[in-house]
Every structure is written in structure tokens, then in C-alpha cells.
Design a protein around this ligand. Structure first.
Ligand SMILES: *Cc1c(COP(=O)(O)O)cnc(C)c1O
Length: 499
């Protein structure tokens, strides 16, 4: 049986999984959602004995039905290999009475590796399947993390190239070094003398430039996007919630069927949406707890039923959650509206025009499944230090936001169910914030010195992804003005004379 994907803004726009992966966003501006939830037999007693890769195959074949089992097996084997420093890929750690699902053992020590390590393989397989013979060029603007994770995934994948633009003075020392040392003959990193918005705006402009698109097609090239709305990123994220519940069974932390709560530090709403889908296919999840930082637009949304992005934007110590428009929320709206493409389109149009929309009372009913709250900067730092002092566990700021909000939830409700926290980054990715929180004072040393300090304090070994950085050769040094971005892309792709 083929599972189709349809657009949240036009239900008649229906494609196969491989087509949805190739397109990313639907042409009508909507996001692809499964036309129904696939039936997956989740026998947790046997799942508890399976490897991560085996669980991945079981889940992904149910969602990506036009891929053969052999194709998915190859994609999974190529993605979840020794790029991950932990054999379990997503190990589950007991910290105090909670369970931390560590999603940060991949190439860039943050959770985006979970999906971006497999997306390139899904995409090239999807291209073959659909007789697309063109090379795929991933074009990305990054504020620091996604670009690196995408490059690590696409590096040396045949039939692909990846070009990443980042704000030259807008990323941390470690983030910049991670990008500039990226290996792979098909990777290109370009700093721009503007900010992230400049990078983003010009990338969007290139995607929408029809003349450029035609030139590229004539040269056997097409652009594609690796951003978090692609179902090729969403589906691999469902896997680790199934795996985590199976591991809880293996550890005898829960009885089969016993519901757990899942708390996710949230930005673009991709990770928590994957947990929502995991629940829909039968993972026993009680509450979905949506944790935000000071950019608490989602907290207000879940508590009041109003989405209002007209607010101040804060730069925080958990930068991957510094977001005012959570694009994956559109998929939840589609569900809340009873799968109405008209209602979803209208709400999204309203958001674009006025910066705000409001749910009807009926739609608000569906929000009961969620609990939402947020952590201020002070609360985040206090949680890092509290957790370390109480348990010895060192959490990064994103994970600490979730830990604090889980505590809020317990205080507000008295719910004592077993709880899972999505631990989304290694503390070594944010050594300054973590060291300052634990030492309770401002750190003046550079990031690399603070990495050593963090090891001294915590005893947690420095991941290779960080220790190898200082010695790694710088391979990229291009810096251009924002208005030169298109010319730079044309030069890289060898179509400069024609644009
Ligand atoms: C991207 C990211 C998040 C937010 O995930 P979403 O899927 O965008 O909600 C949280 N923590 C870290 C470390 C991230 O990189």
C-alpha cells in the first residue's frame, strides 16, 4: 500500500514520499503531511532487543512506502554508522528520576545530525526513483548550526553539492571553525559581510529566480533545500521516540503500554512534532511538553490559542530555539482544524499579513495534549548548575530549558509519570554558557580554553568533533558582500558567464 503525502494548503496536491522529499515545500507553499497515519506494529518486547538501525527500518518503511526495504536499509546504514560516537546512536541516560535521550552523538554534536545524516541519502535515492538525473545543489543560509550539520550530511555524497552562507561576524568561534574546516570535495562555505537575515533573504531570492533555475537545469543542476520542513527530516526523527520507549522497556523503567511524558526544547517545532507523530502510531505518550526559551511565542500559543509573532526577538544562550515563526507548527494546525486545507491556508495567510492568528474554541480543544512553558536566561543557567550539583549531569542550555520546563509541569500538575527529555546538544557545543552557569561567574577565556575547563569540571570526555577542531586544516576562506552571493553561487557551479 502506498502512503501519500498531501499539502496542508491544498489536499488535492498529493505526492509520493520520494516526491515530497525532493520538493521539500509544496508548490502551493504548504507542508506535506501523511494522508493517513501508517499502521506500524509496535511490539515493544521485541523492539527492546533491536538496534537503532533496525528500529529505523521498521518505522521508516511504514512512512516512506515508495522506497524499497533494500533502499532504506542502504540509507540507514550510510547515515547511522561510525559518524556517531555512540553505538546506540541515541543513548538513553537516567539522570535523577528522569530519562535523557541524547540526540547529540553525531558529527556536529547536536540533534540535527539525527535527520541530516540520512536526508542526503534519502534525497539521492528519491532522485533516482523519479528519474531526476540532475545534480542536487543544497543552498543554505545558516546562523551557525544547521549549515554545518547539513554539510556533514552531504559531504562527498555522489550527485550532490552543498553551498552554505553564514554571517561572518555572527557565529561563535567554535561554530565558525567547524564550518571552515569542513571536508568533502562538494562542500562550499562562504562568509558574508552581512547578518543572517541578509543571507536568508538572498538564498530565498535565488530559489525564486526563474532565470537562474533555467540556467541551472540547462547545466544539469537543480537547487534543493535541506530545511526542517522536509518530511525527509521529520520521519527519521520519529524513529528515536520509538527507540527510546523500547529502551525504557528494556531497562524495565516502564511497563508495556504505560504512558510517558516527553519534554522537548523547541524552536521550529520539528522535533516535538515527530514525538506527536510517534504518539499517533502508538508510542504511549501522555503529555507532550513544549519548552521554549525567552522567545516564548509557542508558550503563549499553547496557553492562549493565539500565535503572535509581533514581539521583540531575543538572542539567548540557546540560539537554536531563537525563533519567532515555528514553521512546522503548520502541520499541527492542519490536524487541529480537522485536516482543513482552507482553514490552515487562511491562518497562515493571516500570519503573513498581520503577524498574528487566533484559534477557534474548537481548535483549542486539540491543544490539551500539550503543556507549554518557558525558561528565562537566568532560569536556564540556574538549571544547568542545579542539575550538575544534584546529579553530576552536564546539560547544554537547550536541554536545560527543557529540564526547567519539565519541573514547571510537575509543579503545576503533580503528574509523576516517567518523563523523557530530548537532550539536543552536547554541552561542549556551548562551553561558555555551561562553564559560566556552573562556576556562577563570567568567563573571559576563549571558547577552546573553556572546552578544557569544562572537561576539568565535569570529567565528561571532550567529543572528537571538538578536540579535532583546533588541529584541523582551514579549507574555506571566501567572504563576500550579500549582493555578491548569487554571482558566487554561479561561479561555484560553473555557470557564471550565463547568469
Ligand atoms: C534545532 C534545535 C532545537 C529546536 O528543534 P526544532 O525541531 O527546531 O524545534 C533545539 N535544540 C537544539 C540544540 C537544536 O539544534
Amino acid at each position: 500500500m502506498t502512503l501519500f503525502y498531501r499539502s496542508t494548503r491544498d489536499k488535492n496536491n498529493q505526492v509520493t514520499a520520494s516526491q515530497a522529499i525532493l520538493q521539500g515545500l509544496a508548490a502551493d507553499g504548504g507542508l506535506y503531511v501523511p494522508s493517513e497515519m501508517p499502521e506500524v506494529v509496535l511490539d515493544f518486547a521485541s523492539l527492546a532487543k533491536m538496534t537503532y538501525q533496525e528500529v529505523a527500518l521498521l518505522v521508516m518503511k511504514a512512512f516512506l512506502t515508495d522506497f524499497t526495504e533494500q533502499e532504506l536499509h542502504s540509507c540507514i546504514a550510510a547515515a547511522y554508522d561510525d559518524k556517531f560516537s555512540d553505538k546506540q546512536i541515541a543513548p538513553l541516560k537516567k539522570v535523577g528520576s528522569d530519562y535523557y535521550l541524547e540526540l547529540f552523538h553525531g558529527a556536529t554534536i547536536a540533534f540535527k545530525d539525527m535527520a541530516l545524516s540520512i536526508l542526503p541519502h534519502l534525497m539521492t535515492t528519491a532522485a533516482k526513483k523519479n528519474q531526476v538525473n540532475r545534480d542536487i545543489v543544497i543552498l543554505t543560509a545558516t546562523s551557525g548550526d544547521t549549515g554545518k550539520a547539513a554539510m556533514a550530511g552531504f559531504a562527498d555524497v555522489p550527485g550532490t553539492k552543498i553551498i552554505v552562507f553564514y554571517p561572518k561576524s555572527g557565529v561563535s568561534q567554535i561554530q565558525e571553525r567547524q564550518m571552515l574546516t569542513q571536508t568533502g570535495e562538494n562542500t562550499y562555505v562562504v562568509g558574508i559581510t552581512g547578518n543572517f537575515d541578509d543571507a536568508q533573504t538572498n538564498v530565498k531570492r535565488m530559489f525564486n529566480n526563474i532565470a537562474l533555475r533555467e540556467k541551472l537545469h540547462a547545466n544539469g543542476i537543480q537547487f534543493s533545500s535541506a530545511n526542517s520542513i522536509n518530511i525527509g527530516r521529520l520521519v527519521p526523527q520519529i524513529v528515536y521516540y520509538v527507540y527510546a520507549y523500547a529502551q525504557l522497556i528494556a531497562k524495565q523503567a516502564v511497563q508495556q503500554g504505560e504512558a510517558i511524558n516527553v519534554c522537548v526544547p523547541t524552536g521550529n517545532f520539528g522535533n516535538i512534532l515527530a514525538a506527536y507523530y510517534a504518539r499517533k502510531i502508538g508510542v504511549p505518550i501522555g503529555k507532550l511538553i513544549c519548552a521554549s526559551n525567552k522567545n516564548n511565542v509557542l508558550t503563549d500559543f499553547f496557553n492562549r490559542g493565539v500565535y503572535d509573532r509581533r514581539r521583540q526577538f531575543f538572542v539567548t544562550s540557546s540560539p537554536s530555539m531563537d525563533i519567532l515563526v515555528s514553521s512546522n507548527l503548520e502541520r499541527l494546525l492542519f490536524e487541529l482544524s480537522g485536516e482543513s486545507d482552507q482553514v490552515t491556508s487562511a491562518l497562515m495567510a493571516q500570519l503573513a499579513e498581520t503577524g498574528e492568528y487566533q484559534l477557534t474554541d474548537e481548535m483549542k480543544q486539540g491543544l490539551q495534549l500539550f503543556y507549554a512553558n518557558y525558561a528565562t536566561e537566568e532560569e536556564t543557567a540556574a538549571e544547568i548548575s542545579r542539575l550538575f550539583e544534584a546529579t553530576g549531569y552536564v546539560a547544554d542550555p537547550h536541554t536545560a530549558v527543557a529540564a526547567k520546563v519539565l519541573a514547571d509541569y510537575r509543579n503545576d500538575t503533580g503528574d509523576k509519570r516517567v518523563s523523557l527529555i530530548a537532550a539536543t546538544a552536547s554541552p561542549y557545543k556551548f562551553p561558555r554558557a555551561v562553564v559560566e552557569a556552573i562556576q556562577k561567574k563570567t568567563a573571559t577565556a576563549d571558547d577552546f580554553t573553556l572546552v578544557d575547563t569544562l572537561q576539568d569540571i565535569s570529567g565528561v570526555p571532550i567529543p572528537d568533533a571538538v578536540s579535532s577542531l583546533e588541529k584541523a586544516a582551514i579549507r574555506h576562506d571566501t567572504v563576500v558582500a550579500p549582493e555578491e552571493m548569487e554571482q558566487t553561487v554561479a561561479t561555484i557551479l560553473g555557470v557564471a558567464d550565463e547568469v
